[in-house]
Design a protein around this ligand. Sequence first.
Ligand SMILES: CCCCCCCCCCCCC/C=C/C(=O)SCCNC(=O)CCNC(=O)[C@H](O)C(C)(C)COP(=O)(O)OP(=O)(O)OC[C@H]1O[C@@H](n2cnc3c(N)ncnc32)[C@H](O)[C@@H]1OP(=O)(O)O
Length: 242
Amino acid sequence: MASGEEDGSLEEKENNNKKRAKSAIATAWLTFYNIAMTAGWLVLAVAMIRFYLQKGTHKGLYKSISRTLKFFQTFALLEVGHCAIGIVRTSVIVTGVQVCSRIFMVWFVTNSIKQVQNEESVILFLVVWTLTEITRYSFYTFNLLNHLPYFIKWARYNMFIVMYPLGVIGELMTIYAALPHVRKSEMYSMRLPNKYNVSFDYYIFLIIIMLSYIPLFPQLFLHMLRQRRRVLHGEVIVEKDE
Ligand SMILES: CCCCCCCCCCCCC/C=C/C(=O)SCCNC(=O)CCNC(=O)[C@H](O)C(C)(C)COP(=O)(O)OP(=O)(O)OC[C@H]1O[C@@H](n2cnc3c(N)ncnc32)[C@H](O)[C@@H]1OP(=O)(O)O
């Protein structure tokens, strides 16, 4: 009996040690990840400012930063993984929609349709994303290091009130500007008859994506408002989708 109890507490201790080791590895990884992402978006901010100061125009800016942007925005796919394996307490769905919509904007709209790259709307969402991400990743970093300055916490949970709608306006205007080019070039589209017997119209698909902002964006925005109430005002919030 005594040895059974000892075995039990030994097992418990081992489990606790494993949990502690796992959480130390997760914290170390997240700290590295957030520092890398803060640095990446800072590099983008500096590159954008330098470009504008040197050239005096936004034309050509996207092209000059596109490689760095594609790299760091694609890297953010890991965030969906972080939620899926449970090392951050965030909904996979909310993070998935946020990250996938960004990756879609970068790879399948701005990068693929060269004619929109010099639109002002591209600069709008680039500036908004950059300011948001520098704040968000530095918030996570300082939080993990237990040295979070209040102004970063305040900025993380207030800036989105203005930045989210502005980002969405920039994204929707860019997709809208892309529509005529997509219709003309018939890019990424498949007409019947073809050997797969499948038809796909990218022009219609883009319109569906634009319409999907109507139900999806308010949910992301409300999620952030709930996070704001929880973090800044200490309210206890129960999320339905988690
Ligand atoms: C196929 C194509 C699909 C297309 C679909 C189209 C439809 C799209 C419609 C929507 C379009 C949106 C467009 C977006 C535009 C912009 O981004 S504009 C710029 C403004 N944007 C923002 O302000 C972004 C706001 N969003 C976010 O911050 C996140 O992306 C989020 C997922 C929506 C919410 O973040 P969440 O993680 O839930 O909240 P937090 O409070 O930050 O974190 C919760 C807890 O998790 C911890 N955590 C999260 N990430 C990390 C991390 N990387 N490292 C460490 N810790 C992390 C965080 O600390 C919290 O922990 P606790 O405090 O312990 O709970």
